[in-house]
Every structure is written in structure tokens, then in C-alpha cells.
Design a protein around this ligand. Structure first.
Ligand code: 6PG
Length: 249
């Protein structure tokens, strides 16, 4: 039986979930900086992680990390300018990055203002490869990748029925997402599954049914892309509220 590669922790409230998640980020940041003098993390978008980012930017968590050794990337981004209301970069900047001393050239936002989504994906992949200094044959290893999950089982911008879910070579792609009538830019499972630590943050009773299907239902990642996330030899953690975990056995 392989070592337990998946931890599921359930918290009574959103607040307790986010406090635990903040401790989790601080723990991985301090350990990475102690071992390698750098902590490379990829942020999730959407609404769930906002409270986590706000917590990281306030005491006590703010003072527990040497932010000058933290490199920040985004696991996915919308095809909008960085000042757009839907921008994951804008959300993280306002809640977190403007309030901690991460050097500006350590904040690697997706160049999502460019007109061509494929170009954006190619450029972002090059930025990631350049940062990690890995040869083309190797896959960069993030210390921590934060993820959310949508009602349809998507994660990052790996949406059901899109080729991005089955991508097995590229690190970053720009799938067309029918329901938004727009492109998204997203890490692929190739890059996500190489991380040392991948952590889902899932809150909300409306996600309970999908989450139970993802964690306890048949394996069908084309329909439930969150199932494609299986880091190895890295570790997968699920930080859930009781509401979101309500349908788990
Ligand atoms: C995005 C996110 C996306 C998000 C889920 C959950 O760009 O929207 O990266 O994958 O994590 O859609 O979103 P909520 O946290 O808003 O429910």
C-alpha cells in the first residue's frame, strides 16, 4: 500500500478552515525557505481563498514568513487585464500581495492582457521554466500549489470536457471554456502533479455533492477534473468545511 498521499481535514467553519490553511502555508513556506532559501507557490483564484490571503497578510501569519524569499505564481488566470474585476491577480494583490514585502520581481503574474491566449500560455510556461532553471525534459517542482474546486468538479481552469484535463506534455495551456465563451490560462496536471504539496480549499454546502463524487465516486477525471490531481511523490491535502464535506462517508 503506498504511503498515504492524501489527507482530508474537515473544519467546523470557514474561519477555522482558513486559519488552518494559513498555518499550513506558513509551515510549508518556512520549511522550504529553511531547506532551499526559496518558497515557490502558486495561488488559486475564485472567491474561497480570499480570506486565506487576507489572513496571510495580517499578524500573526504576516510576521511568520520571510516574504522576501517567496516567489508567487498563479495556477490559473482569466483572459482579462490585471486590473479587471475578474482577475485572479487583482484579487490576490488587493487581499495579500500589497500587504506583504514580496519583491515585485518575485510576483509572476500571468500576462493575461495579451490578445492571444495561446501566446500567454507559452510565455507563462517560459517564465516558469526560467525561474526553476530546469532543462526542457524536466518538470518544475512547486513547493505548494493551492487549488479550489468548482461545482462542476473543475480545478484551476481544468474544466470538464476540455483537452487541458488530458494534457500530458505542456506545463501551461489556454483552453477555450464554452460556458464562459472565453479562454482561460491554466497549469496542466503535468505541472500540478509535480508539486511537493498540493492543497485544495473547499467550502460551501453547494459543493458537497460534487466533492463526494470526486473523492468517493468512480474515477472519471474528464467529467470531474479535480480527480486528475494526484501529486506523486508530492502530497495532496484537502482542507474542507463540514458543509462541503457533508456528503462524505
Ligand atoms: C478560478 C479558480 C477556480 C476556482 C473554482 C472555485 O480562476 O475561478 O482558480 O478554479 O478555484 O472555480 O471557485 P470559488 O472558490 O469561487 O468557489
Amino acid at each position: 500500500m503506498p504511503a498515504r498521499q492524501k489527507d482530508i481535514d474537515v473544519y467546523p467553519t470557514s474561519q477555522s478552515l482558513m486559519a488552518a490553511a494559513a498555518r499550513h502555508v506558513v509551515h510549508h513556506a518556512r520549511r522550504a525557505i529553511q531547506k532551499r532559501n526559496v518558497f515557490a507557490m502558486a495561488l488559486a483564484g475564485g472567491s474561497t481563498p480570499k480570506r486565506l490571503y487576507e489572513l496571510l497578510a495580517t499578524p500573526p501569519f504576516r510576521t511568520q514568513v520571510d516574504w522576501t524569499n517567496v516567489q508567487v505564481f498563479w495556477g490559473d488566470e482569466r483572459h482579462v487585464p490585471p486590473d479587471h474585476a475578474d482577475s485572479n491577480y487583482r484579487m490576490a494583490s488587493e487581499t495579500f500581495l500589497k500587504h506583504v514585502p514580496i519583491p515585485t520581481d518575485y510576483v509572476h503574474r500571468v500576462p493575461s492582457e495579451l490578445p492571444n491566449a495561446q501566446t500567454i500560455a507559452e510565455q507563462y510556461e517560459a517564465v516558469i521554466r526560467e525561474h526553476f532553471h530546469v532543462p526542457d525534459a524536466e518538470i518544475p517542482r512547486f513547493d505548494l500549489i493551492l487549488l479550489g474546486m468548482g461545482l462542476d468538479g473543475h480545478t484551476a481552469s481544468l474544466f470538464p470536457g476540455t483537452p487541458a484535463v488530458a494534457e500530458n506534455r505542456r506545463l501551461v495551456v489556454a483552453p477555450w471554456v464554452e460556458k464562459f465563451q472565453a479562454h482561460r490560462i491554466t497549469f496542466t496536471p503535468v505541472l500540478i502533479n509535480q508539486a511537493r504539496q498540493v492543497t485544495f480549499l473547499i467550502d460551501g454546502v453547494e459543493k458537497a455533492e460534487t466533492l463526494a463524487a470526486v473523492l468517493e465516486g468512480p474515477r472519471q477525471p474528464h467529467a470531474l477534473p479535480a480527480q486528475i490531481i494526484r501529486p506523486h511523490p508530492g502530497h495532496l491535502s484537502w482542507f474542507l468545511t463540514q458543509e462541503a464535506a457533508g456528503n462524505l462517508t
